[in-house]
Structures are given as structure tokens and as C-alpha cells.
Design a protein around this ligand. Structure first.
Ligand SMILES: *Cc1c(COP(=O)(O)O)cnc(C)c1O
Length: 373
């Protein structure tokens, strides 16, 4: 895993040791014989899927989960033997690949089974996980009848194996347990309607794993956000069973420094005007890197202190207001820790009125991911 040369100093630094540690901590928290499905969809939440998956496997993950068939192909090209589950819908045209390369698919409709038939002559067996929609309202069967019919359709075809069954919770990260309990109940009811329990029953995302009843860990948990050292919600943070280490930092360097006289302005729209003489630094990161314009006003860490992003964020560059004239090449941390001070993904999320999940995902591919072991 080689770090390719990038000439622009802007980069995301991913601490793989932190990811490793988060998984080891999780393992100690799990019931005996519970597997870990490392959720590496969306380029491992923007952290880099190959490196994260490699770290997760070394730390004890037993399966990888991705969202799309294309992500599964990408994973299989790098990892020959680990089980890979596609959590989302897959076109049946993917069956020959899934069969050849041992990709486990999610199934939730008889229509899909019907369409699947035309691809079966081209395939050997395909492993399937049944998806129950217990209240997320996204994909999955919602009734016993649907589930049993689907199960039988699969059992009746020698091409398919029912390898697992799962559901996903909409409110596991919230304090109020009402809706969550309803989902659990419906899932159990449907699970009991099957003549036989599939090999792998899994319902727990990070929040469920960390703060709910341990029996919900079933045969495996789907570990996503906290593998990356982030909290599913502030509420989960209050009950966290082990400390988390954030893995993602974002940094660049000053490429230009100038003195601005009182009354002079900065950026498109000239919407920041200096009230007194000050120093302005230019950093080579902008909205095309995922640092969207609404982050204007956000602080960065520089030279042991803080500076504020002022003026409109441009596509490729931004300006910061500095107390002193730092040197060109001075390190600027947008997300991360500098001495005792830290700017977190959660700080960005609250500035943008969104959730932490979204932040590393939207740091674009132009920002290289560098890995620290
Ligand atoms: C993304 C996803 C997860 C992971 O959720 P986290 O909150 O990040 O742990 C688990 N299960 C499914 C079905 C998902 O889509």
C-alpha cells in the first residue's frame, strides 16, 4: 500500500492504527463467537476502502459489507477469500459474477428471484441474505407471508443458498426505545416464521452493538461508523462502552501570506473586509475538495493556535485570518489534533447542521488519502 506522490500539500491522513484499535476494543465488548462485519461502503466512509478493509481483516473482521455490486467487485479484486456482502439492491445481471467470485447478495423480492432465473444457467451457487424491513422503510420484506414465500422460492432452487437474514434499525442511536423495540419485535416474529434459522443472523449496526441488549448481537454485528472512531450520535457517546479513536484528519499548508490593510477585502463578493490591519493566509483547498462554502467561518489549527476561514470559500482555495504572518508551508489542520487543541469531524458536522457520517464521505477524490500505521 504505497502512498502516491501528490504535489499539492492538501491531504487526508488516515490513522489505520486507530481503526485497528477500535475493532480490537469492539471485539472485547462482543459476546463470544459474534462475528464482525466491517462496513466499508462508500470508500469506507471516505477513509479508503482497501486500506481500511485490510486493517479490519487483520484486526479480526470476519466479513466485509458494501452498498453496491460495483463496490463488491472492487473489494474482491483486492481480497480473494473474505466473505463480502452487498447490503443494497443488486440487479440480477450481477448473479454470474456473484456466483463466480463468491459475493453474498441481499434478497428481498420474489420478482428478483424470477429475473434471476435467466442468469442461473451461467452460474453455480449464490449465497443470499434475506432482508427484512422491520421499520426502516427502505428495502426488505415486511410480512411473514412475503418472507416465507421468498424463503421457499430460494430453497426450491438449487442455485441459491440462504446464508443469512438481517434487518436495519432506524432509531438505534436514540434514547427513546419505543420504535426500536417495535422493530426488534417484528424481526423476531418474522425470524421465528422460518423453518430453520439461517447461518448468519445479524441486526446490529454500531449503535445497537454499543448500547443495546447484547443478545441483539446475534451471529455478527455490522460495524460502521465507530470503526472510524466516530459516534453514531451524542446519545451513544453518553453510554460508550470503550473509548474511540478518530482516524480521519485533513490538512494542508499555507501557500501564500499577505498583509491586509483595514478596509481591504477578500474573496468572491468581497464579503470579508478587514476592520484592522491583519494577515491573510491562502490555503489550497476549496469546495471542489468537499470543503463546501457553508464552512466559511469555520476555524482551522495553525502554529499552535486557531485561525478562521474568512470570505467565500473558492473552488480550489480559501483564505484564513491569522494573528501573525506564518511562513509559507506552515501546516494547517482543518480536521485533527494539534497539541492540546482539536477540530473534529463533529465540529464540521455541527457547523453544517448535518451528521458526522456525511463529512468524510463528501471529501472528494481530489484529496489524496495518506495512511499512517
Ligand atoms: C451503513 C449500514 C450499516 C453501518 O451503520 P453504522 O451506523 O455506520 O454502524 C449497517 N447496516 C446497514 C444495512 C447499513 O446500510
Amino acid at each position: 500500500m504505497e502512498n502516491k506522490i501528490n504535489y499539492r500539500p492538501t491531504k487526508a491522513v488516515i490513522d489505520l492504527q486507530a481503526i485497528h484499535q477500535n475493532i480490537v476494543s469492539l471485539r472485547q465488548h462482543l459476546q463470544p463467537n459474534v462475528g464482525i462485519i466491517a462496513v466499508v461502503k462508500a470508500n469506507a466512509y471516505g477513509h479508503g476502502d482497501i486500506e481500511v478493509a485490510n486493517t479490519a481483516i487483520n484486526a479480526g473482521a470476519t466479513m466485509l459489507a458494501v452498498a453496491t455490486p460495483d463496490e463488491a467487485v472492487h473489494m474482491r479484486e483486492h481480497f480473494k477469500y473474505i466473505d463480502i456482502l452487498v447490503l443494497g439492491a443488486t440487479p440480477s445481471s450481477f448473479i454470474p459474477y456473484a456466483s463466480k467470485e463468491n459475493i453474498t447478495l441481499t434478497v428481498f423480492s420474489e420478482e428478483w428471484m424470477e429475473q434471476a432465473k435467466q442468469y442461473l444457467p451461467l452460474s453455480n451457487q449464490v449465497k443470499l441474505h434475506l432482508k427484512i424491513d422491520s421499520g426502516m422503510g427502505r428495502i426488505g420484506v415486511t410480512t411473514q407471508e412475503e418472507l416465507v414465500m421468498l424463503y421457499e422460492a430460494i430453497q426450491n432452487s438449487e442455485h441459491f443458498i440462504v446464508d443469512g437474514i438481517f434487518t436495519h434499525f432506524a432509531t438505534a442511536d436514540e434514547e427513546d426505545n419505543g420504535y426500536f423495540e417495535k422493530q426488534v419485535c417484528l424481526f423476531k416474529e418474522l425470524l421465528n416464521a422460518l423453518p430453520e434459522k439461517p447461518r448468519l443472523v445479524h441486526v446490529a449496526n454500531t449503535a445497537t452493538t454499543l448500547v443495546k441488549e447484547p443478545s441483539l448481537q446475534y451471529d455478527a454485528v455490522r460495524f460502521g461508523i465507530s470503526m472510524y472512531g466516530l459516534l453514531p450520535s451524542p446519545y451513544v457517546g453518553e453510554l460508550l462502552p470503550f473509548p474511540l479513536k478518530p482516524a480521519f484528519s485533513l490538512e494542508t499548508q499555507l501557500v501564500h501570506v499577505k498583509k491586509l490593510k483595514a478596509g481591504q477585502s477578500v474573496g468572491y463578493g468581497a464579503n470579508f473586509t478587514a476592520e484592522q490591519d491583519c494577515f491573510i493566509g491562502t490555503i489550497p483547498i476549496g469546495y471542489a475538495d468537499g470543503m463546501i462554502r457553508r464552512l466559511s467561518g469555520q476555524e482551522v489549527l495553525i502554529g499552535g493556535g486557531r485561525a478562521q476561514i474568512v470570505g467565500r470559500i473558492c473552488m480550489d482555495q480559501s483564505m484564513i485570518l491569522m494573528k501573525e504572518a506564518y511562513n509559507i508551508g506552515e501546516r494547517v489542520l482543518l480536521i485533527g489534533r494539534q497539541q492540546e487543541d482539536e477540530i473534529t469531524i463533529d465540529d464540521w458536522a455541527s457547523k453544517l447542521e448535518t451528521i458526522n457520517y456525511e463529512i468524510p464521505c463528501v471529501i472528494t477524490g481530489r484529496v489524496p488519502r495518506m495512511y499512517k500505521n
